[in-house]
Design a protein around this ligand. Structure first.
Ligand SMILES: [Fe+2]
Length: 306
């Protein structure tokens, strides 16, 4: 399998949007039968089953579902007919057949960036025609590989105007999910990327983004990772969040590997060691169950939690 990032990626890795070409769309691991087998092999209680409302201004929390009794084949039918996305996180750690694909992807990112790439998590996303993912940001670095179908991605600047510092810190501190408030006015600053099979993209750490599927089933790989500068920055954000909340400070967003950023990263390590990390909210409870006989394959659960 071939993955080709631009020759000059080192200079702009982590600060610019970079696109690659690849041949993973030709792999037999992503045909319908292989995906059904993957869904059968993957631990069902860890399978992310989600839906979102229509795209619009404001905030839109993802809605979680469950499917304890469907086969992999039936799950594929539900994706085709419904309005859902299945998120199989860390497939590289859970289903060994997919390990070499992840090694090739993260190896290519290591080469392109000239940096060690760790915390490697390759998620397989299988999503319905027309479904969208609301405006949000991720703390790790992310690379999205498009395998089947077409989707449009909008990426916004990783600045305070598009995600206020306090919200960004809340996400690092795990006080809230990754969702953010979307404003129509952001559109003029967005970079639009039309993803087709054989394309991959990576964007600056914590840059907000949203995704809209075309009118067909989509298969993509969401590859999360960290580099040393990325990890230092995430730790500095964590320290900023603590300083703002516990000491009333007004810290600036980390920008590059300055002594202040490195100091905050060290501080964050100490803080994390000193306290038991508080998990503010448990996992989002399931509010629907996939059911092939229900409208859009969704049967609401009333008063039942997964
Ligand atoms: Fe994301």
């Amino acid at each position: 399998m071939a993955i080709n990032w631009p020759a000059n990626a080192r200079k702009s890795f982590g600060s610019d949007i970079l696109q690659a070409s690849h041949t993973l769309d030709q792999s037999p691991l992503f045909c319908d039968a292989a995906l059904a087998a993957l869904l059968d092999a993957y631990p069902r209680d860890q399978l992310g089953i989600w839906t979102f409302g229509e795209h619009g201004e404001g905030e839109e929390a993802p809605v979680r579902g469950r499917a304890p009794d469907l086969s992999g084949e039936e799950l594929m039918q539900a994706v085709r007919r419904g309005r859902i996305w299945l998120n199989l996180r860390a497939v590289n750690a859970k289903v060994s057949d997919y390990g070499p694909t992840a090694d090739a992807i993260f190896g290519s990112l290591e080469q392109a960036s000239g940096q060690k790439v760790f915390k490697r998590d390759m998620g397989v996303l299988i999503s319905s025609p027309g479904v969208n993912v609301h405006y949000h940001l991720d703390i790790p670095l992310v690379s999205l590989f498009q395998i089947r179908g077409e989707k449009t991605m909008w990426v916004y600047p990783a600045t305070v105007d598009f995600a206020p510092d306090e919200r960004l810190e809340s996400i690092v501190l795990r006080e809230q999910e990754e969702g953010l408030t979307f404003r129509q006015a952001f559109e003029t600053s967005a970079r639009r990327i039309d993803m087709k099979p054989g394309m991959a993209v990576t964007w600056p750490q914590t840059a907000p983004h949203r995704v809209q599927n075309g009118d067909m089933l989509n298969v993509s790989l969401s590859c999360e990772f960290m580099t040393l500068p990325g990890l230092i920055r995430a730790n500095a954000l964590y320290a900023n969040g603590k300083l703002r909340r516990q000491f009333g400070a007004h810290p600036k967003r980390p920008n590059g590997l300055t002594p202040a950023t490195l100091g905050k990263a060290a501080l964050a390590r100490l803080m994390k060691q000193a306290e038991k990390r508080r998990i503010a909210n448990g996992p989002t409870p399931a509010t629907f169950e996939l059911d092939l006989s229900a409208a859009n394959c969704v049967r609401p659960l009333s008063g039942v939690e997964a």
